[in-house]
Design a protein around this ligand. Structure first.
Ligand code: FEO
Length: 399
């Protein structure tokens, strides 16, 4: 059974949801599923915007058939080639052999590289090009590295619709809702949106800033991303989040404590520090066990909070492996501008503080507070003074 929704008078959402996939990109858990969005315009010509992941192709084809009724499909605009969006291009060509593919030169190259048989029916476009499909005129805006180098976004100047590719997307299935004003975004969506952005696009902040600058010149009335909700109002909320994330500015003053513990000693020290912070009035504190929290959640939280405490046991004279993985992921995703506090633990040769410090020094604009705590096996009464000073230094650095 087809399942579509109208976005505007002549634009339909024809995508679908995947609630079976455990790991997005085979890395990131998506317990709330994900949507793959595609849009179909009925103008003098019919125009499909991107396709969907192979997993929901059947639903997608039913959706297209129902909206087209007895019309042919004239064009597909491919904004982004990653297979969670372009996987069904060949299937569309098989069913609508007259269709023309509109995309960047690099997108055509990537599709052929992936083995898609896209034939010769490709119209290559570049920054600033435009096409008219009847009432609707589209302009094409390149958006390299948001999230791949071939990416572009398309702007419908007639209705003010930005087809934004991966930008402004989110994890999470739509569950019948489509528009941002049909959900409680702050309660139900922002954490998934942040986790999606920071883990998928987070590394490319300067490129996102470029796209935001270009978007600021457009009279946008709708944002139609390839994942998640369609935005039709309250753009300031979303643009502010994207601006902060892409400049690596924290959203909140607060302390994220991440601990790596084997037998509970390091965890107890982390609890002690958290308690001292809260007693001193800093109640915006969150704690995570690095061993049982997927790193994608830890990345997302590090983009949110201003201060990060890393408390790590020493393991084989190195940083505890899950903590090392987390730090390397923060480095890979280009996280910047955070204030760190380091706590190490070790029963005979604590090493993790020095090693964590060295890694953080390789990242941009990271501040490491001086009260570094070194524990032997467990925190003891004698360590209280240093832990108190550590809590004070964190609070002082927030002023
Ligand atoms: Fe949702 Fe970069 O693909």
């Amino acid at each position: 059974m087809y399942c579509v929704r109208k976005v505007t008078e002549d634009l339909y959402w024809v995508g679908g949801n995947d609630r079976r996939l455990a790991l997005f990109e085979n890395i990131h858990p998506i317990p709330g599923g994900v949507s793959y969005n595609s849009y179909l315009l009925l103008d003098e010509k019919t125009v499909l915007f991107d396709t969907v992941d192979w997993s929901i192709c059947r639903q997608f084809l039913e959706n297209i058939r129902s909206v087209l009724a007895d019309r042919d499909l004239d064009y597909i605009i491919i904004n982004h080639v990653e297979p969670d969006h372009a996987a069904c291009v060949e299937e569309i060509i098989l069913r609508y052999p007259n269709v023309k593919i509109v995309c960047t030169q690099k997108a055509a190259m990537f599709m052929r590289q992936f083995g898609f048989n896209i034939g010769e029916q490709v119209i290559e476009v570049k920054e600033g090009d435009s096409m008219s499909f009847g009432k609707h005129e589209m302009i094409f805006v390149s958006a390299p590295m948001v999230h791949w180098p071939e990416a572009m976004v398309t702007f419908d100047t007639t209705d003010g619709i930005l087809f934004s590719a991966d930008a402004f997307g989110s994890f999470g299935s739509l569950d019948g809702k489509l528009f941002n004003d049909e959900v409680n975004y702050d309660r139900d969506w922002i954490d998934d949106a942040r986790r999606y952005y920071t883990n998928i696009v987070g590394k490319y902040g300067p490129h996102v800033q470029n796209l935001l600058k270009k978007a600021s010149k457009l009279d946008i009335k709708y944002i139609c991303p390839l994942h998640g909700l369609v935005w039709r109002n309250d753009f300031g909320y979303l643009l502010d989040k994207y601006d902060k994330w892409s400049r690596y500015e924290p959203e909140e003053k607060g302390v994220m404590i991440v601990y790596g513990t084997m037998y509970g000693g390091t965890e107890a020290a982390a609890n002690d520090l958290a308690t001292r912070l809260v007693k001193k009035g800093m109640t915006n504190v969150v704690m995570y066990d690095v061993s049982n929290t997927h790193v994608s959640y830890l990345i997302s939280e590090a983009f949110k909070y201003s201060h990060v405490v890393l408390a790590s046991v020493t393991y084989n004279l190195k940083i505890y492996p899950p903590m090392l993985n987390y730090i390397m992921d923060m480095k890979a995703l280009n996280l910047q501008k955070r204030t760190f506090t380091l706590i190490e633990n070790g029963s005979w040769a604590p090493q993790s503080e020095k090693l964590m410090h060295e890694l953080l020094d390789q990242m941009k604009e990271m501040t490491i507070l001086e009260n570094e705590v070194s524990l032997n096996s467990i925190m003891k009464e004698d360590d209280s003074e240093l832990m108190e000073a550590t809590a004070d230094s964190i609070i002082e650095s927030m002023k």
